[in-house]
Design a protein around this ligand. Structure first.
Ligand SMILES: Nc1nc2c(ncn2[C@@H]2O[C@H](COP(=O)(O)OP(=O)(O)OP(=O)(O)O)[C@@H](O)[C@H]2O)c(=O)[nH]1
Ligand SMILES: [Zn+2]
Length: 362
């Protein structure tokens, strides 16, 4: 018998550790790296990291571009942390909030030699913990004994497949009837991912025929739009219109995917909104924070639909990438059904940017 946690279980632990400001040990092929999230690192822990070696600040090339720092590792940059730099410096480099008011943070020296795969895993981990994609990293001689001695989580990446950061299979937990304004024949299903990460929901309207393409919507959570009625986006009206159409047709399925802010989480989305108030558009704001335009994993939606017995959909969307992603996961998109509602004076620019830069159909 072994009660040792699997890599996936350790990964979930590592996310929580990182969010608390605890370092995590990443190891592969005899190499080991200690990583901690820049946004929550305390001065005491930074001092501990310095005792172990010279720390680097790992950023994505998106963030490095704004900072005019060299990204020798393709998609990321390893920036030397100056000897006198404290956590305030780390946070100012990681977080674009004050870029405009205090533009000169450099010049920065970036590392060019040595492998960056463990650093890359550190960035993926920070993203999957919905933190800013910025980690402080120190190379250590050996991972296993170090992690055991300090009670830290170790991620032995040697065991990792290419899908380490995917949520895995979706397990149905429970479903219950919820009569709604859009349809009295509503049922809410809860799905829990294999890796123990965030749950996602499916709202089934009526009794869709599994043998035919089902009217479907993949809705990404938008606290501001769905709950607060924010005028900055079109999410709330899209959610209601999709349910209403399913109610009118008598059948459909709406997936409510907890991928707030196109997968960056609500805190980062609010950081993006603060940048939008400084004049950047939705895509530029994501990039300045160090994220890609869209960090969502649409495998989740495909896995839930398949688990529910659906193989083909009539997909309510204006986003051709959602169609392509579903087809790539083996779900046939028999038809794309446009969903154009909720344009406001406040979201006109946002919708225009999505059309111009993200390929949305107007
Ligand atoms: N990062 C970021 N996310 C945003 C912003 N405005 C809205 N969102 C998020 O964008 C997502 C919108 O998702 P959807 O409406 O499902 O997707 P879509 O790609 O616009 O495609 P369709 O609506 O299907 O055409 C939600 O997760 C929102 O929280 C923004 O300015 N920045
Ligand atoms: Zn929204």
């Amino acid at each position: 018998m072994s009660l040792m946690p699997t890599l996936t279980e350790r990964l979930n632990r590592a996310r929580a550790d990182l969010r608390m400001g605890l370092p995590v040990v990443l190891s592969d092929a005899g190499r080991a790296l200690l990583v901690a999230a820049a946004e929550v690192l305390t001065p005491e822990r930074l001092a501990d990291l310095r005792d172990l070696g010279a720390p680097v600040l790992v950023l994505t090339s998106r963030r490095a571009e704004t900072l005019k720092a060299r990204a020798y590792d393709g998609d990321l940059a390893r920036i030397v942390v100056p000897g006198d730099a404290g956590v305030t410096w780390l946070r100012a480099v990681a977080d674009p909030r004050d870029d405009l008011s205090t533009p000169m943070k450099g010049p920065f020296a970036s590392l060019r030699d040595g492998a960056a795969d463990l650093h890359r895993a550190g960035i993926s981990l920070a993203k999957s913990a919905q933190l800013l994609p910025a980690v402080v990293a120190v190379t250590i001689d050996e991972g296993f004994a170090f992690a055991a001695r300090h009670g830290l989580t170790l991620l032995p990446l040697t065991e990792a497949g290419p899908d380490l950061f995917s949520a895995g299979a979706m397990h149905p937990v429970v479903s219950a009837r919820v009569p709604m304004v859009a349809s009295e024949a509503g049922r809410v299903h809860i799905f829990r991912p294999e890796d123990g990460s965030t749950e996602h929901y499916a709202i089934e309207i009526g009794q869709p025929d599994r043998a035919k393409p089902v009217l479907a919507r993949l809705h990404s959570a938008c606290f501001t739009g769905d709950v607060l009625g924010s005028l900055k986006c079109d999410c709330g009206p899209q959610l209601n219109a999709a349910l209403a159409q399913m109610g009118t047709e008598g059948a459909g399925v709406l997936l409510y995917l907890n991928q707030e802010g196109r997968g960056i989480g609500l805190a980062n989305k609010m950081r993006a909104y603060a940048l939008q108030d400084q004049g950047f558009d939705t895509v530029e704001a994501n990039h300045r924070l160090g994220f890609e335009d869209d960090e969502r994993d649409f495998r989740i939606g495909a896995a839930i639909l398949r688990e529910m017995g659906f193989g083909a959909v009539r997909l309510l969307t204006n986003n051709p990438k959602k169609v392509a992603m579903m087809e790539a996961r083996g779900l046939q998109v028999a038809e794309r059904v446009p969903l154009k509602v909720g344009e406001t004076p406040q979201n006109r620019g946002y919708l225009a940017t999505k059309a111009a830069k993200s390929g949305h159909l107007l």
